[in-house]
Write a protein that binds this ligand. Sequence first.
Ligand code: NAX
Length: 328
Amino acid sequence: MKKPITVSITGAAGQIGYSILPRIASGALFGPDQPVALRLIEIEAGMKPLEGVVMELQDAALPLLESIETTSDLNHGFAGANWALLIGSVPRKAGMERKDLLGINGKIFVGQGAAIAKNAAADIRVLVVGNPANTNCLIAMNNAPGVPADRWHAMTRLDEDRARSLIGQKAGHHARDVKKMTIWGNHSSTLYPDFEHATINGHEATETIQDRTWFETDFIQQVQQRGVAIIAARGLSSALSAANAAIETVRSICELTPADNWHSVGICSDGSYGVDLGLVSSFPTRSDTKELSIIEGLTTSPFAQAKIDLTIQELREEKAMVADLLRP
Ligand code: NAX
């Protein structure tokens, strides 16, 4: 048996936690021969429900699940972590925008960033799912001295997958045929799903779907508002699809990206595409298994650039709103 990989997960008793834990413990992240040690982190109020989740994980008798520890102590929770999935935060409710969440959730990520820096393994990598994911990631990253900026990721994969699914449905193809789908900017209603570089079975999506008006209006709106539509239908925010997107994000960071594809991840900007250095923005990325790099050299049309400018401006504003939570 290989040495277990330690995965720390905050908000483990929540609905995304409930969807993601059995999959992680069944090999979805690191493969069918890689044991995992889970460190499940909850606030005090979540500890009782978390007990029940642990009982269920035990009852599933999953062969790859090496150990489970539960805690509300961050130092213990991130001790020796190779991966940290920061899911826990107060979820968006109907009528609430991500900006409303900034004040509530930002402070959580100060403490988590510091605890990761102090306790995690040297190879720690972090995926922030809890909203507002980009700015929470920015806060945690800025409060984690010694953890390099390239270890921090914010999840925009759900938006990518939603966009791929919509394009597939419109074209009469499967979502798996839709590739090179970039989400630019913030995981919020300003995100820009870049249809101009997307492909369907290797052909430009805009060649296969000759309906520019649909792309520029319904498509963009549906991707931007899908989270809201799910809350309206379910009375709860997306969980199953969010858990799946988190798994796919980690896999696309760890596994070699095929030459005919790329994936969207929120990462610390190196200034590419004019995005302010240090902002956590979603970019098209490719992994060589060791490093995740931004796909360079894409041209952006005036239409796309205007949309990208908007979402980057929102990230700037969010950053300004949490300035007191960022280390100097
Ligand atoms: P739930 O409310 O079901 O679960 C959240 C859990 O986090 C609760 O059990 C709560 O006790 C725990 N928690 C709260 N503060 C904590 C803290 N400081 N430390 C540890 N645990 C803490 O929410 P759920 O539906 O699981 O969603 C979790 C987060 O994901 C929300 O912020 C939500 O907005 C966000 N999402 C992000 C998505 C993305 O694409 N980036 C999509 C899905 C989802 O909306």
